[in-house]
Write a protein that binds this ligand. Structure first.
Ligand code: UD1
Length: 339
């Protein structure tokens, strides 16, 4: 079967493309390289032993997208292409709504007219906001996200539910907790642009001396050590969940399917625990200082991922330390490329 992977050269996208290729799917990537680089395509080929078809364009360009659907018999889509910086989304909300939602709608229009089903959407635990109870399962009530980025994820979910219902299609909404780590080959990983916002890339760059100190945003939260708690999920485990979710949609005899899964480990780790795990895993020091809380941060979020285990036969397998070890190997690879 042939799967369109939008944003397939990005962080989670590239790892998922590898898993799809390993499972004998044909892959067509559309990626505008706005947050990725062309060498990732070569890395995918090295890791998977196959080179996916690649088109570099922006999904808002409907006519180009249509040509891809004309040229290939597409059986499904995994849609990673989206802007994802929380802070930036507050400064440029229209860019976020336009990019994240128009590109989604353009693909769905093609799905509609060509009668294609099987759509997987990258959602986020951000749709839950600060949940009243932990762990968070799929029935936990959604709250209005703080950021425009988060709102595009909630809106994307609603668009897909309406689409699936109105046109009898199969969709899966995957709510990621905090993805971390890199491919065990150290050929694929996250490529933060400029100063990283997310914790693990910042920790990694601090360990390598690119940043002087990690700023820990607050140690006065109501958690065991006072720092905020998240559920850090290894990116390769996350990638595998996409293949399982896709296989389930394909195998389903129902006309309409709306699957929703939390993808996390089920375990919460504090910022200080992440720093310590990184230091232990890699035998390096991460200098840090405690700062004021970051605006918009929640105290605690970790998943109940039992539904994915029960229905997809998927479970996170990789420890925090192991994931952080792969991150460090990836950082060393990036530095060797630049030297
Ligand atoms: C955010 C988004 C989430 C998005 C994810 C990945 C929200 C509520 N969450 O998650 O939707 O999918 O980014 O882009 O919108 N921290 C530090 N110092 C740093 C960086 C982070 O102490 O330099 C702390 C944060 O305060 C937080 C934790 O580390 O407690 C994780 O932060 P981060 O990696 O940015 O992810 P989230 O904010 O959880």
């Amino acid at each position: 079967m042939t799967i369109l992977v939008t944003g397939g050269l990005g962080y989670i996208g590239s790892h998922t493309v590898v898993e799809l290729l390993k499972n004998n799917f044909q892959v067509i990537i559309v990626d505008d390289l706005s947050n990725s680089e062309k060498f990732i395509l070569d890395s995918i080929e090295k890791v998977a032993g196959k080179r996916p078809v690649f088109f570099p364009f922006d999904l808002k360009r409907k006519e180009l997208l249509s040509q891809v659907f004309d040229a290939y018999q597409i059986d499904g889509c995994i849609n990673f292409a989206a802007y994802k910086a929380v802070g930036e989304s507050q400064e440029k909300p229209l860019d976020y709504y336009e990019n994240n939602l128009f590109s989604l709608i353009n693909i769905l229009q093609e799905f509609k007219v060509r009668n294609i089903s099987n759509f997987i959407f990258s959602s986020s635990c951000t749709v839950y906001g600060q949940a009243d109870e932990q762990p968070i399962d799929e029935n936990t009530p959604l709250k209005t996200p703080e950021s425009s980025y988060g709102k595009t994820k909630q809106m994307g979910e609603e668009i897909l539910k309406d689409f699936a219902t109105a046109h009898q299609r199969k969709v899966s909404l995957l709510r990621y907790f905090n993805p971390i780590g890199a491919h065990p080959t150290a050929l694929l990983g996250e490529l933060p642009i400029g100063v990283p916002n997310n914790l693990v890339p910042y920790v990694t760059q601090t360990a390598s001396g690119i940043r002087e100190k990690l700023n820990i945003w607050g140690n006065d939260y109501e958690t065991e050590d006072g720092t905020a708690v998240r559920d850090y999920i290894y990116v390769v485990d996350l990638a595998k969940a996409h293949v399982k979710a896709l296989q389930k949609l394909i195998a389903s005899n129902e006309d309409t399917v709306i699957d929703i899964y939390n993808l996390g480990t089920g375990k919460g780790s504090s910022v200080l625990e992440v720093v310590e795990a990184f230091e232990t895993a890699n035998d390096v020091k991460v200098p840090y200082q405690i700062c004021e809380r970051r605006a918009g941060d929640i105290t605690i979020a970790y998943a109940n991922a039992d539904k994915a285990e029960k229905e997809l036969g998927w479970k996170a397998e990789t420890s925090l330390e192991e994931a952080l070890r792969t991150t460090w190997e990836w950082q060393k690879y990036l530095e060797s490329r630049n030297s």
